[in-house]
Every structure is written in structure tokens, then in C-alpha cells.
Design a protein. Sequence first.
Length: 592
Amino acid sequence: MDYTCRLDGAKMICTITSDRDLSAPIFCFSGMSPMTATEGGERLRGMGSFTEVALPDLKTGQPHDVVVEYTQGHRAANRAWLPLGPYLRMRDEVIALPYHPKGCVSPALPDLGLFDGLPLVPQPKKWTPSGGTVDVTGVRCSDDAFTAVAHLGQRRGWSFDGSFPVAIKTADMQAETYRLEITSTGVQITAGDYGGRFYAGITLLTLMQAGPLPCGVLIDAPRFGWRGQHLDTARHYYQPQTILDLLDLMALLKLNRFHWHFADDEAFRLQIDSFPELWRKTEFCGEGHLLPALFAGAIEAGGSYSKDTARAIIAHAAALNIEVMPEIEAPAHAIAVTHVFPDTRDPADNGPGTSVQGYQGNCVNPAMPKTWEVLEAIAKEVGDLFPFGHLHLGCDELPEDTWMGSPKARALMKEKGLETTHDLQGWTIGKLAATVVQNGQRPAAWEEAAQGSNGGIGHDAILFSWTGQGPGLDAARAGYDVVMSPAQHIYLDMAHSADPDDWGASWAAFISLADTINWNPVPDPALADKIIGVQGTFWSEFTTEDTQIWPMLMPRMLGVSVKAWQEADISADDLTRLAICYQTIWPVGPSA
């Protein structure tokens, strides 16, 4: 069996050459959004991006072309948009087609010379050199934060423990702030908390990889308390070790919030006890499963995380001064929930309700009792598992006119004095947020949660601005705390460039390393106290193997780190120079 696929403008030409006669096979594949066949076959059905195309009989050794195109105005931007996980299905047989595309290749960085300063990302707040250097192969310090840094060094294969003395002094300082003095005879650290001591250690560890330690005084403090990185493990199941590697990378870049997105349309991957059928029926997708092979890159793919695995990830993160925030997704992005629990939808709903991903009926209905039985139980159980005390509720990309065709939802709207889809969404997410608060956690959500005549989610929720900075600024003006995560700058699943041989999404922008720093998280100084952080984001529609994420994240995660920690600007050229330094201390593919 032979298979190739190539881009030809808006068309994707898939060539199948069978090694035997096949009678009317069905060509199955996934992609980035709904697709259809325009030549060589006829589309039968699909769910979202998963598509089935009826083919004519295939003859041995005779190539057959199937022309596939995206619908709904989408167009393949690069080779990542070619059909994922192609296979043939017949009445009693499934045949995988041999297609294994390489993932992203990190772009070559221009050699702009050496960086004139400390080889650190992020850059410290202040550095005063005293002259000279000291050769240090390892440091001696019994502090618990330094023990965590030493373990991180060991995992990277770097030496940290040794005989060079480090003394730590406690002082009244802001969170995660530290003073680091390097002399020819030892190191003096002053900090007020674990985070400050830990980041002083990270700075030492990083400088030690670059050569002799420079002598002088370094004073450092973060711009934002929330410095995050998001990972979508719903579209692709990442091995727990990959998540641990990502946490290590975050720690080296002084990021302190891991947004764990394990629930979405395609799966619910945490092994909860309240509704085990939710994860058991959705942890794997593909042939023979409840959901087809959405974004799978294979006939079958998936996995789930036990509570013990989650606890291990939380503990690993805590040692690295990282808090973990889970996300459960409501009311949209819920195909997994509505397929496992059909009574979370009104059976009389005749509205269109089609999401941007092409899913129909991917929203739970707030007028259905089962919706609240499921959501409130999940919110409590997931919230109780994660000690950070923050629970992200989703609330993004609600399809237009959702619930408007539901008699039950209409009755609820009349009862509550609501008029629009946004009004009902605001009421729904506000009610769920109240449950979160009663459970002792702080709710969070995407920017759309501010919508609605009632002012949206309320309840001291944190909102994440993703379509751009405008909605975040509006939410801040309305009194919400906001984390800036603009897709045009720090959505790291976007392709690096417009090259059709690149890899990644393109709907927001093509994002270079320079683009990650060419923006201001606080464009309106009057809102400085309401914009509490910066967070990078990585969605996994394009990921079929764990190792594919590293050249997407790096070096662009350096830009996330810079915007989250530094107040002072840095030029794109200087960030490029630093990125070259970091290529030597964090090679692509940790633990690979």
C-alpha cells in the first residue's frame, strides 16, 4: 500500500496506490476543520474535521487521486493541514495508509553575534558587575529550593552540587524577588520566600552552563505574578513525562503557572470518580470508539491521567515554584460530554449550533437538570484535587445562536429575564462560578465569560484574553483581573512563517520569535493593577507525537518569559542572540 499527499493551492491531492484490488473502500482522515472531497470520491459523512469519503474500486498498482479541500472558508496554510491519520475502511477490514509527516522544524536563527550582557532569559531587573569571574563547577547549599534546582540540573544532565559556598539570608521582600551577589569566595542570596530562593538558584544554574560565573550583584523581581504556559492535552494525549519536561522548561524560564487543558470536545482525560464513564468513553478515539479519530494521526489514539499521575505532576510543579490550574470546559467545547450524557441537551432543540470546528451540538444546555448534575460534580472533584485553588471553566467559542432553538432554554431565558445567547451564557457561567466559589476555589475563564447583560461570570473570576488584547482591556475596565494571552503574539501553535513547508495554525498570525515580544501587555497604564499576568498557549490539533511540540515552543517560549517577567523592553535582535545561547543549554526534545 502506498500513499502520498501534497498541497496544490487550496487543494490537497491524496494519491492511493493499493497493493491489491479493493472493492469500494472508504477513505477516512482528520484535519484542522471540516473537509470535503471535490474529485476522486464522494464525501459520506463526518464529525468536525473527521471525514469519510467513498472511493471507487481500487485496482492493484493503479494510483488513484482524491482531491480534498477545506470548507467553511478555511484553506490549508501548510503541510500540517494535510489529512491526518489516513486509513481505508471496508466492510471487514481497516487498512492504515503509510503517512508519517515530519513535524515542525524550528527555523534557523541568524548569527547576530554575542549578546552583550548576561546570557539569561528573562533578563534580570538590575546587574552591577564588580569585575572578574570565578570558575564554579558546583555549589554547596542545604536550602530546599536549591535542592529542587539541583534535581532539575540532574534531569538535564547538568552539574550543580559541589563545594562553592552559597549563603542565604531571609529578608522582607516581595514574592519571588531575590538579590544575588557573586564574589570570588562565594555567593550571597537574599530572598523573602521559596520562589525568590528558587529563581536565584535557577539563575546560578543557567549561568554555570555558560562558563565562569561573573562577579557582581544581580537584583531581580518579576513584573507579573501570573506567568503561565497552557498545554492542550485533550486533542493529543501527552505522556506524563512530557508534561514533567515542560514544567522543567517553564522553571528555567521563570514561568510559574501551568494551565492544564485536559478536557475539550475531543476527550475528557482526567480519571474522575464522580462520572467515570466520561473519561472511559472518551480517553481513546478512533475505530470502535464513541468518537472518531479526531486530530488523532492514527486509526486509534488517546489515553487518560489517573489521579495519582495528576498528584505527581502537581508535586513536580510545586518543587519548581509552579502552580497547576485545571480546566474543565463549559458550556461549549463539550462534544465529549454531550455524547456520553445526551440528556445534557434538549432533544427538542432544532437550532443550528455549529462550532467553528464544525461540531454540531457541542454545548450543554443550562435548562437541563443533567447539565448541572454533571458540571457541579466535576467542578467540585477536579477543584478539590488541585491545591492551587483556581479552576478554569472554559466559556470560549460558543456557536452563534446556541440554545435559541431549544424550548427549554427559551423558557429558562424568559424566567430569568434574558434575551440573547450571550445573556444565557453569562448566566450559565456565573452559576457555575458560584459553585466553584462555594467549593473554596477562584474561578477563571476565557474572555467570552465577560459577555451577557448581567456582566458575565462575576465572582472575582480571572479572565484570559486570547483573540487579542481588546477584550482583555474591556474586561479589566469592567473590574476583572486579566491575564493577557493574545493569539497574535503568544499562541505557540501558530506557524512560524507563511512558508507552505512550515507547520502549524495560521488563523491568528504567523508568529516569529520577534513577534512574541513586539507588544505591550499593559497598553493602558490605568489598568496596570487589573492586568495580572501573561500566558503562552499551545493547542494540539497539529500534534500527533509528543516530540513535535518542542520546536514549536522553543525558541518562542523565550518571548513569553520576557513579556511575563521583564518590565524593560528587549530588542528582537537581542532576543535572537539569547535564543542561540539557549539552544546550547536546552536542546530541542528534552529527555529525547
